[in-house]
Design a protein around this ligand. Sequence first.
Ligand code: ATP
Ligand code: MG
Length: 632
Amino acid sequence: MTTYSEFHRRSVGERDAFWRDEAKLIDWETPFSDVLDYSRPPFAKWFVGGRTNICHNAIDRHLASRGEQTALIYISTETGQQRSYTYRELAAEVNRFAAMLKAQGAGRGDRVLIYMPMVAEAMFAMLACARIGAIHSVVFGGFAAASLATRIDDARPKVMVTSDAGMRGGKPVPYKHLVDESIRLAQYPPAKVIIVNRGLDAAMNIVAGRDLDYATLRTQHMDALVPCEWMESSEPSYILYTSGTTGKPKGVQRDTGGYAVALASSMRRIFCVEPGETMFTTSDIGWVVGHSYIVYGPLINGSTTIMYEGLPIRPDPGIWWKIVAEHKVKTMFSSPTAIRVLKKQDTAYMKAHDLSTLKYVFLAGEPLDEPTARWASDSLGVAIVDNYWQTETGWPILSAQLGVQETPRKFGSPSFPVYGYDVRLLHEGTGKEVGANEKGVLVIKPPMPPGCMTTVWGDDDRFVKTYFSDFPQDWAYSTFDWATRDAEGYYFVLGRTDDVINVAGHRLGTREIEEAVQAHAGIAEVAVVGVADALKGQIPVAFAVVKDAATVATPEGVAKMRKEVMDTVDRQLGAIGRPGAVHFVTVLPKTRSGKLLRRSIQALAEGRDPGDLTTIEDPAALEQIRIALAGK
Ligand code: ATP
Ligand code: MG
């Protein structure tokens, strides 16, 4: 059996031979002539001359062997709807959608903006775009009209696809209304808007000549068969914006062939899902994890995918485990935030279900703290796999690759570089590689492997300037994250490079301090930011959520808890990391993808404007920070 290190060595050392083999996992209409064209660094073109289609690989090629197998299970605990689609049924729906898009004039290279809640039709729309060679730009439902308008103007879509409304916690959230508003604000609005009407918003406004009803169009194209457009491997498949945690989102452009190969390969070697087995990814189609592992990855692999609309704790905190049991899920993919929510619930909800089919839980999106990883591991008894990646890369950068080798995991570490990624840790000042256990900026030595972003949509300069300018002496793609590597080669991600706190000349990652605070058993969640201080440069300030609100219900309780937290940090990290202040709140400000908005917290703590808040989940969380700071 090939061991991980040999596998990885081959993937970068004998790159062409390695990826030529991996490329066999998908169908090519025309074989590629060269594995890689890297004549114009840092732009990489994979599988040059090859022609393929992602929709063909996700659907058509499975029809002969698994046409009657379930491809998609759609579950909404918001509307109570549940539907399954076989590969054959999915093919029919996607053909219908493709015909509708073509009838509106959308074709190869045209953009289609998808602003949809978690409904099966959103997936049909994405696959339909892939089928006809149109470039989709899925915008997370819930972004405000102004954010949607900037994305419309950036992509200039011919058609938009939306719904009347989404549902969250039992309440309808208007979508179409927002689309109308964004089109009013946009300079380059689409000519047509297709609306999947769920009957949730009776007040929805219809613009004659522009707005089209999906159900009506569907009946018109019931028996449509739309051939797949054969795309050159490096032609764009989609645009997707980063989460915007650190500022203005970047329009990530993805290719076709490289992406399909990376997904097919990762399904086997990282996510360990076989064709015919079921994967449950709890993300949203508006995020990269949703693109790669709700929609394309499982389908390209001939697996069954689950698409879930709803919260993890409604109707009760056992809902995800019920889904796992009912649909015999083998691999689950979620986020540390979601697991922390479930960790606060009674484990009886978990124990009530037969989870014997579940073998792997993958978690990504933000640091997976050790207590959370340990809790998940102890209570589920399955492999908990932390994996680290970015919208930009489209698939994991660091992860255990259990389909290659069953390497032991260390809590708090996403293990090793994924094959294809030449990962280095560079000293911020000198640009030299750091030694074991020394902090460095995590960079990838290009060419970036298949599947990674090929450029910033419409802006090659921005691509080079944003990602490849930090270490000009040598090309290096910067992730803007700090990490260390231990003597055994395990990586530990410490946080973003702009989340480093400089306390009296000592550089501390906010994550290090957060982990130390979380070592206190009474703390559920915490955010630490560096606040400017005339004497020390910066001092860490913590905003913590306690597990039991009663512990901080009185001034004495608050004082006691503060002292305990500070003592815990002293023990874990040393006095240098001790927060200058510890505030207690009931909710932390996060982006809608569950990432802490440290930049906004820090701004408030320094008396500045919290900045662009279009991606915030709950504005009331910032209000709590304000109140906590004022009450000090
Ligand atoms: P923007 O780039 O617009 O500021 P963002 O970086 O939050 O937004 P994403 O691409 O969704 O957008 O997030 C990628 C980032 O999430 C990584 O760079 C890293 O900081 C963090 N991250 C993802 N997975 C992990 C993980 N397993 N451990 C630690 N951090 C992680
Ligand atoms: Mg980022």
